[in-house]
Design a protein around this ligand. Sequence first.
Ligand code: ADP
Length: 584
Amino acid sequence: MTRVLRVMLAAAGSRAPQLRSTLWYSVAASAAQAAAYAAFLPLLVELTRGAPRAAAVWTWVAVIVGLVVAEGVLRVAESRFTYDHWHEVTEETRLRLGEKLREIPQQELGRRAAGDLATVVGANAANAASGASSLATLFVQFVTVPVVLLVVVLVVDPWVGLVVLVGFLATLPLLRTVQRTSLRGFGEVDRADAASAARLVEYVQGLPVFRATGQAGADSPRLAAALQDQHREMDAVSTGSDRAAAGMQLVVELTLAAVVAVGAVLVLAGDLTLALFTGIVVIVARFVQPLGLLPEIAKLFENSDASMRRIRDLDAVEPLPVAAGGRAPDRFDITFEGVSFRYDGAGEPALREVSLVVPERSITALVGPSGSGKSTVTRLITRFADPQHGTVAIGGVDLRTLDPRDVVGHVAVVFQDVYLFDDTVRANIAMSRPDATDDEIERAARAANAHDFVSALPQGYDTEVGEIGGRLSGGERQRLSIARAFLKDAPVLLLDEPTAALDVESEVAVQRALTRLAGGRTVLMIAHRLSTIAGADQVLVLDDGRIAQRGTHAELITERDGRYARLWAAQTAGRAAAGEADGA
Ligand code: ADP
């Protein structure tokens, strides 16, 4: 009982005081309800006297009516919480979680699937709030009414009261079983829900690939398995708690039967009047009714508690600590000193004692086979996570002394994949600086070679991306992303070879925009194709998390047996072969 209240008050967040008064209304309303039933007893006794006194009869009728009206009024006050605060509680929880998502380490975000997070912020937040609003009052009602009636019966006839008390106590372990199985069960259900939501997001995102490979439809084994698992967990909760609930219903019916039997014996012995006997049976029938429904409530409560726990889990994720002594960097070179980094849960480190310098206003290219650690280097520059050893610094300032949100302010990124939001082209560019004026947005678009194609769209900058999403070419999407970077105007620029997936024609336009963007900034570029490296001031060759070679392109190709020379040879050979094939 105290746990239920504690959980509910926690779920109500800043509305806990309102919930507290709501619960008092609920207690009062339930007490009035129970008292109305109790008042039925003296009325019955009066009516069955040899000569009923009209005044007494009407007094009791008035008391009953008064109590019923009082209950009604109190219930209205009680339901105010549901109407007034339910949405506020949900919204508050969601806003808090949203804020949390902004500050938790990117690594943690990456670890949790998008669908999983959506479940916490969406369904779990709503569940927790509905638990706090409607369940808490139901629970109070379903406990208060039986307790008041039990006291009444005990006073009227201790023997019958004892029978009811025994029945009441017998239901408690069963109720506990329902709670325990549901508690465990709903934890599993929530886990399964989150997993299937994650698989669903993954499936939808992967649809183009599934289509291309002819797998769309029933053939997503991961999704199917997750859905089956979800179904199984739901079934398990139902069967587990349903059995206990059925047991409880049986105890409740048996209690009623025992009351009738004991009452009959007492009536026959002349120790109980027929009127009181009838009244007690009515009261006990009313008493046991909520007990029969308690398992349902307990189940709903556990569901809401499971949601709360998932919310608490997310709440408990700490943002990366910000060490003292940080100052805003006043220059923008990037340095790694003996940086080793291992992803959470990974066996091998992704980076091993990497030291590098990207001088201010210069371009450094990172090359190396897939999995060699190139993306990890760029991630650490945005304070994705802190390295286990060594330091990463911008302008000589250790990133650990800077708030990750400030770090991100100094860094613009352009990736191969451009994510466009379902909003206007203008809003999509302004993503990187929501307070930008239309003028600034247009200037950024011009700099990114995007203005011409944007102007040619049906509503220009106000065209909804959703409506034309499929019509934007890869190069056009890429230029929108470059426009974002121009608008942000950050001194550090991270590029994950944005032209890698483009056709030659788009590549030229994007490359020109990129060259303009790179001017005067500190640029670190992941280069998959060696041809894009020619303009770099420095090339770093990564292999298995280590820097294997460094120098300029010209220096590295002359190192005969170096990795870079081999990569270069392989790529130029490939290109020559492709060129010959084209020519043929
Ligand atoms: P590259 O960009 O050169 O392809 P990455 O930096 O992405 O290489 O990866 C370096 C290593 O770290 C790889 O072994 C990869 O499997 C591992 N890795 C990358 N991202 C994660 C992650 N989120 N969790 C665990 N391991 C990861």
